[in-house]
Design a protein around this ligand. Structure first.
Ligand SMILES: [Fe+2]
Ligand SMILES: [Fe+2]
Length: 148
């Protein structure tokens, strides 16, 4: 299991590199609207940050912690699951506004940049909590468990 945790730490570094790019783009200039950048961000999150990384946390790590006695409804796992959902909501807002933003709608463009900035703030804080609280807890509780 510690191999899984090591892999999840490494995923965080790759996700943070993408968050740095998003923050750079979100600082502007906002015109022309960077459609290709946001399409690429959507793919990155769908295929990797959410589709692979959060999926592995939700289907392997969190259930193992619950098995080890960490409560699922209150405490760190509930917070992590809630934050994964908040991130999905940011990405939904980016997807829903992207076409209009591409077409020159300034309110839609602003909605994309706002959701993208919220996403980076949320994910940075989320990653900090996992790196410094949840993953060390996992390494303590799950040492000796079957390697993933
Ligand atoms: Fe997470
Ligand atoms: Fe994570």
């Amino acid at each position: 299991m510690s191999q899984l945790v090591d892999a999840l730490y490494a995923d965080h570094r790759r996700i943070e590199a993408k968050l740095d790019e998003v923050d750079r783009v979100a600082r502007g200039p906002w015109s022309p609207f960077p459609t290709a950048f946001f399409e690429e961000m959507i793919s990155f999150v769908k295929d990797f940050a959410d589709g692979e990384h959060h999926h592995r946390e939700e289907t392997i790590l969190f259930p193992a912690l619950v098995q080890a006695g960490v409560p699922v409804e209150h405490g760190p796992i509930a917070v992590m699951l809630h934050e994964h959902d908040l991130g999905r909501d940011c990405m939904r807002r980016i997807r829903e506004n992207l076409d209009a933003a591409k077409g020159g709608d300034e309110a839609a463009a602003a909605a994309v940049f706002t959701a993208a900035t919220e996403y980076t703030e949320l994910l940075r804080a989320h990653i900090w909590k996992e790196d410094n609280v949840l993953f060390p807890l996992a390494n303590r509780l799950l040492t000796g468990a079957v390697a993933a």
